[in-house]
Design a protein around this ligand. Structure first.
Ligand SMILES: *[C@@H]1O[C@H](CO)[C@@H](O)[C@H](O)[C@H]1NC(C)=O
Ligand SMILES: *[C@@H]1O[C@H](CO)[C@@H](O)[C@H](O)[C@H]1NC(C)=O
Ligand SMILES: *[C@@H]1O[C@H](CO)[C@@H](O)[C@H](O)[C@H]1NC(C)=O
Length: 511
């Protein structure tokens, strides 16, 4: 057979790609969020991930050899991508058994598997296979043979992008289906936080790969100017205010008090003592950052029952922190109150001898790289509405910090160019389908997510009292009704996508 001239192939493909990219989704917004330990102080990035040691589910651990760069034909070394898989309940290819794929986010995939009980629990009811692929550059899925090599410099890190990760998932699932003769089996995507962003983006960028996506607590609008940069800290602040106005006020006052004390002779030593720190405080900023990060995590993990994420916490932990802050005798100082409150977060088990501000046990430097390249989420704190010290989003200093840390310059408009965001609703309404954006409104990330239905098939499920991807967690006896209802709505929608897919398949066969 004669080979057609290349333009016959390339022109239509280019047009399709162009249409997908330009009209599929357009939504710009800006804001970066996440931070951890020391990084917080400089760049005000916030953690999207919440780590936990939850019950284990059964799966096999496998590895798939991935291309380092899906978007060039350079001869680069491949790397093993880890994935967790369970086919125990899968009804198989002949019955078009569904495949539930969790889009791994910025951490060890086993944490996410352990924290995503919802997927494991519903899979048997759908006769579904479950697969949790790991995000490249996290956990065991390291290019260049080791984390040390992979994280060496800006050149070796340059393949750590959301686009490459999505391509990994697309290639993996396509190959896996082929090897199982399961090409016709429908794939449903799941994801929480950044994983939820990936699930939503994957549904939009690769509409042929999955039939729908559940994107939980996915702040896909937290970029550029799509939402105000104050959004995140305003929500954290409101979470405290709704528990107690005096608690909110005490925290708001505390920053100035700390600064005043810190400037006095022997002030840093005094703060070191008040806050039971292991080593002498070097600056008030270090203490402020440590406190700010605790308040932000508390808002993310403000779950109705006790959990063990980043830290073991009581149910409704903000209520507990505020109860401590408010319950000291009238003559207690502001700093004493703050200390008692923060003890709930950093020392709930009562086993910590002293606090170490530099602790970064969760080592998420990969996200710091992502925040310095694509995931530029502007953050600010409004003097009037926030309980945090006032600060502005400063792209220039962010850029300087990234050049210093990684020798890389952020591209704040890239995500909205690549995945859209501007005119998000009208674009998605015309172009997309079958996405659930679920959010708990106590979660500070909810402000950058989709909180209103976009169309009949792109829907928002919000709960007033939910926190960061609570719906993806395993069911518990303490689950409030609104959570049970949220999950059952999700199950119904997923069931609907599958029924429609099967109906269409049948119609095609009988034609
Ligand atoms: C990064 O490290 C690799 C591997 O050691 C090396 O080949 C490359 O030149 C380095 N790039 C930069 C920009 O330092
Ligand atoms: C942690 O809690 C225990 C029990 O309340 C207390 O004895 C200890 O001093 C606390 N640790 C710190 C660092 O405050
Ligand atoms: C801070 O919030 C107040 C009250 O909502 C608003 O009037 C003001 O413009 C905000 N300031 C900034 C810098 O956004």
């Amino acid at each position: 057979m004669a080979t057609p001239p290349p333009f016959l192939y390339s022109i239509p493909i280019l047009i399709v790609l162009f249409l997908c990219q330009s009209s599929a989704i357009q939504q710009p917004s800006t804001n970066g969020a996440r931070y951890l330990g020391n990084f917080l102080s400089s760049s005000k990035t916030l953690p999207l991930v919440v780590k936990s040691k939850a019950p284990k589910y059964e799966y096999e651990t496998k590895y798939f050899q991935q291309k380092l760069d899906h978007f060039s034909f350079a001869d680069l070394p491949s790397f093993p991508q880890r994935y967790l898989i369970n086919t125990q309940h899968w009804v198989g290819p002949s019955r078009l058994g569904p495949i539930f794929l969790y889009c791994g986010n910025e951490g060890d995939i086993e944490w996410f598997a352990a924290n995503t009980g919802f997927v494991w629990e519903i899979a048997p009811r759908f006769g579904a296979m479950v697969i949790f692929p790991e995000h490249r550059y996290y956990g065991e899925s390291m290019p260049y043979g080791s984390k040390e090599e992979a994280y060496k410099n800006a050149t070796t890190l340059s393949y750590l992008t959301a686009e490459q990760a999505l391509a990994d998932y697309a290639v993996l699932i396509t190959e896996l289906k082929r090897s199982l003769s399961a090409q016709a089996c429908p794939v449903v995507l799941f994801g929480g936080s950044y994983g939820g962003m990936l699930a939503a983006w994957m549904r939009l960028k690769y509409p042929h790969i999955s039939i729908g996506a559940l994107a939980s607590s996915a702040p896909i609008l937290q970029f550029e100017d799509l939402v105000p940069p104050e959004t995140f800290y305003n929500i954290v602040s409101n979470d405290f205010r709704r528990e107690s106005m005096s608690c909110f006020k005490t925290i708001k006052e505390s920053w100035d008090v700390m600064n005043t004390v810190g400037q006095k002779n022997g002030g840093l030593a005094q703060l070191t003592k008040t806050f039971h720190l292991c080593r002498k405080l070097e600056s008030v900023d270090a203490l402020s950052n440590w406190l700010e990060s605790a308040y932000s995590y508390l808002a993310m993990a403000n779950y109705p029952y006790p959990t063990d994420f980043l830290m073991p916490l009581p149910g409704s932990p903000i209520k507990e922190v505020c109860r401590k802050i408010d319950s000291l005798p009238d003559d207690a100082s502001v700093l004493q109150r703050i200390f008692e409150g923060i003890d709930v977060y950093y020392n709930y088990t009562g086993t910590v001898d002293c606090f170490n501000l530099d602790d970064d046990p969760h080592g998420m430097s990969g996200w710091d790289w992502q925040a310095c390249t694509e995931m530029v989420m502007p953050m600010a704190s409004n003097k009037t509405t926030s309980m945090f010290p006032e600060f502005y989003y400063d792209p220039k200093s962010n850029e300087e910090q990234c050049l210093k840390d990684f020798h890389v310059k952020p591209r704040p408009t890239w995500i909205t160019t690549e995945f859209g965001g501007h005119a998000f609703k009208s674009v998605l309404k015309a172009f997309g389908s079958n996405i659930i954006f679920s959010n708990g409104l106590l979660d500070p990330w909810s402000g950058g997510s989709v909180l209103e239905d976009v169309s009949e098939t792109i829907v928002a499920l919000t709960t007033e009292k939910g926190a960061h991807h609570l719906d993806l967690r395993a069911a518990t006896a303490e689950d409030p009704d609104w959570l049970v209802e949220q999950r059952s709505s999700e199950i119904k929608l997923i069931r609907g996508w599958l029924d429609k897919y099967y109906d269409e398949k049948k119609a095609t066969f009988s034609m």
